[in-house]
Design a binder for this molecule. Structure first.
Ligand code: G3I
Length: 339
């Protein structure tokens, strides 16, 4: 059968996946490396470019784990995405940052730290990274407001910090796609999150902040939401592209923890949810890249995140733990072929 990247390429698109720096989901696992080579035209590090991974201290960088992924991508002619230059939530920033002393001129010091981080990473991977999640998840899902961290407080506001990250990235990585990435998906209960994301995107345009695309993470939850919620989602995406943003599906997978445990029916429901989602999303010519958040069930973050009450394995990836494609793989292949 044709690989997902071949099917995507036939439509002028790219398919790819997140890859880990260690463990079974890593490029160091020969079986996984083979699967990545077969299916993927583009990869992204699942964790290895985050501040937590590359900023052991305020004054140092550690690129070892990410460099391994970058080299794997280069050896296999895969494009590379960068995730992420700023995950603007205290929980996902290094511990030292929350208690960092920004001195007597905190705004200047925080701006310098942010700009230096972006410049250092962009300079190192110049010509190798084609797209950055410059900022990840800064809109709070509860009410759509913007998250605060030690960095934004020192800077005197989240908008100023986030704008600085994008402006610095544009200069440090000219010609590279700059993305705001968030999870505001189509399930019921996400309206305020989506509204907050729209407000943020409007603000970017008003202030002339250089943002090219919305990263639509696409951690879907099966079963399929009802038609009214799907229409609401479509209106959201319409509003995004009307502001002249491109779209990137950055982290696709499906949570199946609320489905009955029976495997054939679970796999069917995951596939049906995926099919409906991609039929809608592939209608947007603004969408060129689709990345899964890992390819193989056994190594998915979903195994650890809210595990099923019955302890059964999560089956939210395209391949099962024996590396066999599942119905969801066929559903995505079909959606690409039909697009
Ligand atoms: O590497 C350490 C290991 O040394 C240590 O013993 C172990 C103990 O907890 O932790 C390991 O680090 C974990 C890391 O994943 C690597 O496996 C962290 O605890 C764990 O918090 C981290 O979780 C990642 C999470 O982001 C937070 O960074 C997930 O793997 C990763 O899939 C997830 O990805 C996010 C995207 O970045 C943004 N969108 C949502 C998505 C899913 O949550």
């Amino acid at each position: 059968p044709l690989s997902l990247s071949a099917l995507a390429a036939a439509k002028g698109m790219r398919f790819g996946s997140a890859v880990a720096g260690g463990g079974g989901g890593s490029w160091r696992n020969p079986a996984l490396a083979d699967l990545l080579r077969r299916e993927c035209a583009i990869v992204v590090a699942e964790n290895e470019m985050k501040w937590q991974a590359i900023r052991p201290s305020p004054t140092s960088f550690d690129f070892a784990a990410f460099d391994g992924i970058a080299a794997f991508a280069a050896q296999n002619q895969m494009k590379l995405r960068g995730h992420t230059l700023l995950w603007h939530r205290p929980k996902w920033m290094p511990r030292w940052l929350e208690s960092h002393d920004f001195g007597s001129r905190p705004a200047t010091a925080a701006a310098a730290m942010m700009a230096n981080h972006v410049e250092t990473v962009c300079a190192r991977y110049q010509g190798r990274i084609v797209s950055y999640d410059v900022v990840n998840e800064t809109v709070l899902p509860e009410d759509g407001s913007l998250a605060e961290t030690a960095l934004s407080k020192a800077m005197g506001g989240t908008e100023a910090l986030v704008d600085l990250a994008f402006r610095t990235a544009r200069k440090a990585a000219p010609g590279v796609e700059l993305v705001y990435n968030d999870y505001m998906s189509w399930e019921p209960g996400n309206a305020l999150h989506r509204k907050g994301v729209l407000r943020l995107l409007e603000g970017f345009r008003r202030r002339g902040t250089p943002v090219d695309a919305l990263g639509v993470q696409s951690h879907l939850i099966a079963p399929l939401p009802d038609a009214a919620h799907r229409r609401e989602w479509q209106r959201f995406v319409d509003d995004v592209v009307a502001m002249d943003y491109k779209l990137v599906i950055t982290e696709f997978d499906v949570r199946d923890r609320d489905l009955p445990v029976d495997i054939p029916s679970r796999d069917r429901t995951v596939a049906d949810t995926t099919k409906a989602y991609f039929e809608m999303m592939l209608d947007y010519p603004q969408l060129k890249d689709v990345l899964a958040w890992g390819l193989v069930d056994a190594y998915s973050w979903l195994q650890g995140f809210e595990p099923r009450a019955d302890k059964a394995e999560a089956r939210g990836c395209l391949f099962d733990s024996a590396f066999k494609p599942k119905p969801v793989h066929a559903a995505l292949a079909q959606a690409f072929s039909a697009a």
